[in-house]
Design a protein around this ligand. Sequence first.
Ligand SMILES: [Zn+2]
Length: 376
Amino acid sequence: MPAEFGVVYPLWDFAADEGRLLERVAGEVGIEHLTIPVVTGAQTHFRLGSTAEAPHFHTEGGWHYRVSTKAYAGVALRPAKARWVTGADALAQVRARAAALNVRLLLRVDVRTVRALVDQERHLSQRNAWGQEVPFAGGCPCNPELRELLRATLDDLRRYEPAGYELVDWAPDTAADRAAARPLGWHQAVRRLLDVCFCASCRQIAEREGIDPEQAARSVRVRVERLLATPGGETTPDEDDPVVAAYVAARAADCCQWLQRLAEGDSERRRFLVRTFGEPPLGNCAPWVRLTRLPAGYCGPLDGPVWTGRLQALPEISALALPVWRPTFGEAAELVRLVSEAAQAGVSTFDFEGLGEGAADAVTWLKQAVRFARRA
Ligand SMILES: [Zn+2]
């Protein structure tokens, strides 16, 4: 099956440039889909290309489309509307434009990072092994109220007839504040343990599986202390503590089963689980497909052999989201090479991000990369 190419196109970019970038990309690059972030955390962008007179854009995040109140009637939580959303239904407009261009719509949903929601409903917060709330880490995907809100959101979005959904970081023990400076972020093993969630919902799931959450929390606390006391401990591979491992696995499995139930009865739509490159991989959760994302500003190794080796070692990368511009790629040739190598390694869906912030010739870079990958 040939690879499918698309661009991530936020609604605030569409509102600012009235769809000019979309027309240009559809005409010059030829794309199969558009990915629209419809629920996000806080976003700040600087786009000289689309709005030279007011290039700075900030939103505290939330739901970026006109929600239909009745879709959330039976749900305990309310969707938090993003403040910039007023007047026209930009999502309906972009959908109509995409349909005219014969481009499919994927909707990207990141419910966990909406701060307004977690600030108002603190019980949604992740909790560390010390029993403390960690609101910056985002809402816990094991929380039944948050799950119902996500279900209602996807039901609501069916009005826009998307070809599929991208769900961001919907996995337990994944902190949503990854971009911020975080305590002990340099120590990978400790950081992972600090991210293990012990909220009431997580504890309940573990107990149902016969695992003692208190024992798991104690193990985490002891291991963190021990790792920090060991010189060079940051390079020690995770020695598997069976109780912690079982605690983590039980909640990951529960989350996956819930996602599978969510997909039931709506099988024609495509479903992706978005995961940041370098995070521990998710287990298999078909029909959900894993989508690996290189965040904006990513400057890690992208050299041919290193990258290709990684792709081959990670067969679960079947979909890839990546920035198209600097600093990730210094010149067009680097983007061209990576995209064609990834397509050859079996990546079948590409989401290109950051065109709004790139210079005008970022579209030309993308055109070359897509054309080359298609020829190969
Ligand atoms: Zn939790």
